[in-house]
Design a protein around this ligand. Sequence first.
Ligand SMILES: CSC[C@@H](O)[C@@H](O)C(=O)COP(=O)(O)O
Length: 365
Amino acid sequence: MERTLHLENLPRTIELERDGDGRARLAYIDQRRLPDELVFERTGDWRAVVDAVKALAVRGAPALGIAGAAAVALWAGNAGTARAVARGCAGAGEFFLEELEPVAAETADARPTAVNLAWGVRRAVALARDLVASGAAPGEAADALYDEVKRMETEDEAVNRAIGDRGAELIAPGSRILTHCNAGSLGTAFFGTALGIVYAAAAQGKVERVFADETRPVGQGARLTAWELSRAGVPCTLICDDMAASLMAAGGVDAVLVGADRIAANGDVANKIGTYGVAVLARHHGIPFYVAAPTSTIDLSLTCGEQIPIEERDPREVLPRPIAGVDVWNPAFDVTPAALVDRIVTEKGTFAPGELEQALSSVRA
Ligand SMILES: CSC[C@@H](O)[C@@H](O)C(=O)COP(=O)(O)O
């Protein structure tokens, strides 16, 4: 039975826009406040974007890519251009690029695991360099960076929809799908990666229900995935992370779908902490484990997952009121070995982890 989805109820997550005076600003959903309230923040300050990334107000690998490029564009349109203009014409472009360097470095370092953040920054910086090299003034470079971020937003949705269509082919009718964290519209400009597959498969009437892991410690599953799926009209059941094993043992899960923050060349997958455990459980119970990600999340410069930097976050996320004598370890991500991943779904194709490197080298060539 085909299901009527209500994707129109999902707001766009992150968008560069111009205010009434033509100044660039970034509008984003403050995801810390969901599901209690849907609040859009707006800022023209690149440092505020970096702070929003660090605080998880903006999160999810593809959304971080856009945030990274947007921070560069905002700097270029405000402080970058103003300082270069104040300095005068001679060498303004070189001065602009020199000043851009620490801005780019600070933005790219805001979160280390999701490779899209640095990818987005690199894409913006490369464009700025090309423009200055071809004689563009800083103000012109800033306008072009604005347009580039808008292109990234559009591309991101198109990529997610392609992932959705490809991934839906893996989903059997009547499927009960387990997901971890939020790899949905909220982690992207729009539509989502793992949840993009859910939306595409649900539109074909194949999804009976999605089980959302709560995803301790920050609760992206409980606060974000459950909110997003219910708004979109997909039946959703929230479970605590430690219930997944029992659910699988009871025969309640037909497939696992998760997103990724970085995928190494050998197909090892870094994603939200707890993903590895879900993959072990899925293999034990003979349930297929699928990863959905854009090719921008695949880092062919790393041969294996051990090389992926894992972000450690504030212990207060785990233990809000410290207990004397108790230490806390709070890694935000873990690495699922390629051997536990059945298929990786990208916009360019669906691959076994072992095929990834060769397949992507040939599609990129
Ligand atoms: C489409 S988002 C994919 C991943 O980035 C997602 O699964 C994830 O792990 C997000 O972690 P977060 O710490 O919330 O940024």
